[in-house]
Design a protein around this ligand. Sequence first.
Ligand SMILES: Nc1nc2c(ncn2[C@@H]2O[C@H](COP(=O)(O)OP(=O)(O)OP(=O)(O)O)[C@@H](O)[C@H]2O)c(=O)[nH]1
Ligand SMILES: [Zn+2]
Length: 310
Amino acid sequence: MKGLVIKNTGSWYTVKTDDDKTIESKIKGNFRLKGIRSTNPVAVGDRVDIIENQEGTAFITAIDDRRNYIIRKSQNLSKQSHIIAANVDQAFLIVTVNYPHTSTTFIDRFLASAEAYRVPVVLVFNKNDVYSDEELRYQEMMCTLYTQIGYKCVTVSAATGDGIEKLRPMLNGKITLLSGNSGVGKSTLINLIIPDANLRTSEISDAHNTGMHTTTFSEMLPLEGGGYVIDTPGIKGFGTFDIEPEEVCSYFKEIFEFSKGCKFSNCTHTHEPGCAVLKALEDHYISESRYQSYLSMLHDKDECKYREAY
Ligand SMILES: Nc1nc2c(ncn2[C@@H]2O[C@H](COP(=O)(O)OP(=O)(O)OP(=O)(O)O)[C@@H](O)[C@H]2O)c(=O)[nH]1
Ligand SMILES: [Zn+2]
C-alpha cells in the first residue's frame, strides 16, 4: 500500500495511506537509503510503500524518489544530516521589513537556493499593522521589486488577520514550507491558519536560538481544504548543494536573463568588458540590492563559506 509520511517521532512514522487511513509505521530491518548519510532515512513528505502487520502497525518497505528535500546539517562531528522534509511543493518565506528587519541578502539567498531546487516561493510580508508610513513605503518598494522579478508577494498581519484570506487558496492541496527569520511571526500565522495547531510562540522558540533544544521531530500540519504546512525553525534555505561560481547567476532570475547578452560566456559580471549585467545594473534594470546579494554569494563561494551557511 502507498502513503504519505506526515509525522516522525523517533523511530515511528505516521503514514497517511492513499485510502485515508493513518497508520503508525516503522522502517523494516536494514532498510537504507542510498547516497544520504542521514540520521533519519525517511522524512515527512516522503511517499512510501508500507505493509500492514497483525498489530495494526506497518513496515515501511520502500520510498519513492524525492523531488526535493530540506536538510539540516548536524552541528557535531558526525557530520550526519537530518532530513526535515521531502517533496515540498512551495515555500512561503515570511519577511518583516522591521521588528525584526529581514535583510535583502537573506531573502535573495533563500530565493536562490529555492531556485536551485525548483521550489516556487511566495514572499509573505507580515506585521503590516505596526508600520509607519515610511516602513510601509519601503515594504511596497520591496513588493514591487520582487513582483517584477516574478515572485508572488502578499502583505498580511498575523496580529489582526488582515490579508490572511489571500493565503488560504494558495495553500490548498499543497505541501508548503513556512520559513523565515526568528520572530517574523511564523507560529502566529500557523495558529491563525490552523486554529487547533496550538504551536509554541516566541518564549519557547528562544530555546532554539540558544541551541539548548533542537527537536528531531517533524510534523506536517494538515489543512482543512487539503494540503499540509511544515514549520521549520531556523531553516535558511534548501539542501546542501555544491553550487559552482558560474551557476550562482542562474539562480537570480532577472540577472540570468540579462547575462545572456554578455560578451564572454564565462562572464562573472563583476568587471568584464561587454558585460550586459553591469550595463543593466547601471541602467537600473537590475536592482542594486539584488546585485549585492549575487556578489555576496559569489564571494562566499570563493571562501567556501556558503556551503557551511546551510
Ligand atoms: N504587531 C504584530 N506582531 C506580530 C505579528 N505576527 C507576529 N507578531 C508577534 O511577533 C512575535 C514573534 O512571533 P512568532 O509567531 O513567535 O514568530 P516565529 O517566526 O514563529 O519565531 P520563531 O519561533 O523564533 O522562529 C510574537 O510576539 C508575535 O505576537 C503581526 O502581524 N503584527
Ligand atoms: Zn556579464
